[in-house]
Write a protein that binds this ligand. Structure first.
Ligand code: ZN
Length: 458
């Protein structure tokens, strides 16, 4: 099997992480002159990646003459490198990745920055690591901490220090990394890591996240224990979270209070993202499912497990109802929303709102059609099983799974939701615990009348 070692050498200078020196040694590649060798994701949903410098490549014959090109398949920007001659033997890539400072303007966007914190740095692989397209093999991730101060640690979603995995090099980009004087709570293959000490009890929060992971892992029938959570000290006035593979990063800031009660829903939402997926091509096609399942199960799993009360669940559901039904962009189709959602963040929220109420409604219909024998859980778990067999699944697979589970056809309703048409939540949604009545509300920004809904405990 082909092998690739990736060595990360963080360099501490002038009281901070100056850069990370990155070295790839890739075997088993065949590339003609002009064919793409490696690529870097320069920007992700308008978040810039690390600055990279001094990119060089060599093979068995010596230095490779490199050519660079840029492409921008929305919502990403990529840099691609090719060599002026055919590759001979192993490929070596070297460059420096320079972490940036944390964003401080406005609300917090997705955690795709590679940035400094507390004498270290953290970020997702996609913001500082190269991809070598169409390569698979054994990956050897190696850390060289000799240029960091005494006591520095390094971790990624796969674990602390060096790690080996089989797969594509994209795997390395789809996980979070942190290094420096890390603080942590760990147990086996679970860990939560942070750098700046927050003003709340981070260890208690980590215990909550660990418990939640145990519950979700059982629900989604996952036999892997690996899961790591990274905490960011934000400079913005609001914070959020972003999930990658078997990990997520979430933030806190100096202006908003943090407690388990305040963070529990975000922590659950990001964790659910580890499981249900459909193939989101073109971008925005299945975001309703990704965000809808995260929203739905971020409430229903903690509620069913007794981690939150019915009143807390009601609050979460009501907040989402008001947000979606008064969002002035709610009549955009999913495709239209995807095109503008990183400029107009109101449109970015649509997939969450329509996703949760559509899925909750499908759940109610399945339960009625099967006299309570089946639910949305059966659909989601069967799609998850198919996904584990590496089947690429889209909206059709979802509609088929609903049909097979309950012998009902929700494709008309799905088209209405996907196209931005108005639909009311199903009153039997959310395990039938609440009642629903229509109310007139004020549309956000415009103040126009909008049809919204009020939930109450049954
Ligand atoms: Zn999400």
């Amino acid at each position: 099997m082909s092998g690739c070692s990736v060595t990360l050498t963080p360099v501490f200078r002038g009281g901070q992480v100056e850069k990370v020196e990155v070295l790839y040694k890739v075997d088993g590649l065949n590339r003609k002159a002009g064919q793409e060798l490696f690529a870097f994701q320069r920007s992700t949903v308008s978040v810039p990646a690390a600055k990279i410098e001094n990119v060089t490549a060599a093979d068995d014959l010596g230095p490779l003459p490199l050519m660079m090109a840029e492409t921008a398949p929305y919502p990403m920007v990529f840099l691609h490198w090719a060599a002026g001659r055919e590759l001979r033997g192993g490929l070596t890539i070297r460059y420096s990745a320079i972490p940036g400072e944390k964003p401080c303007e406005g609300r917090h966007g997705p955690y795709f920055h590679f940035s400094r914190e507390g004498g270290g740095a953290a970020g997702p692989g996609l913001s500082f690591l190269m991809d070598v397209p169409d390569w698979r093999g054994q990956i050897f991730l190696r850390w060289d901490l000799s240029r960091m101060p005494e006591g520095a640690r390094a971790v990624c979603a796969w674990g602390e220090g060096d790690a080996d995995r089989e797969g594509s090099l994209d795997c390395l980009r789809q996980i979070y990394y942190a290094f420096g004087p890390l603080r942590s709570v760990t147990e086996g293959d679970f860990g939560m890591y942070w750098q700046d000490e927050p003003p709340f009890d981070a260890a208690a929060l980590a215990e909550y996240v660990k418990k939640l992971y145990g519950i979700m892992r059982r629900f989604f029938r996952d036999d892997q224990a690996v899961y790591r959570v990274f905490m960011s000290h934000d400079r913005t006035v609001s914070s959020g979270g972003t999930a990658l593979q078997r990990c997520y990063m979430f933030g806190w800031n100096d202006t908003q209070r943090v407690s388990i009660a305040e963070k529990q829903n975000l922590l659950a939402h990001e964790m659910v993202h580890n499981w249900p997926h459909l193939n989101d091509e073109p971008y925005g096609e299945t975001t309703w499912y990704e965000e809808g399942t995260a929203e739905y199960y971020s409430i229903m799993i903690p509620l069913r497990a007794g981690l939150i009360t019915k009143a807390q669940a009601l609050d979460e559901i009501q907040k989402r109802t008001a947000d979606y039904y008064t969002n002035p962009t709610r009549h955009l189709s999913d495709a239209e929303a995807a095109k503008i959602c990183w400029q107009d963040r109101r449109a970015q929220r649509l997939a969450y709102g329509r996703g949760i109420f559509f899925l909750a409604g499908v759940d109610a219909q399945i339960r009625r059609a099967t006299e309570g024998q089946k639910s949305l859980d059966d659909v989601v778990l069967s799609l998850l099983e198919m996904g584990r067999r590496n089947e690429a699944l889209g909206n059709e697979a979802f509609l088929r799974a609903v049909q097979e589970t309950a012998d009902i056809d929700v494709s008309e309703q799905w088209r209405l939701m996907h196209g931005g048409g108005h639909f009311a939540p199903d009153p039997d949604s959310f395990d039938g615990l609440f009642t629903l009545s229509p109310v007139t509300a004020r549309e956000a920004d415009t103040g126009k009348d909008a049809v919204s809904y009020q939930w109450a405990i049954r």
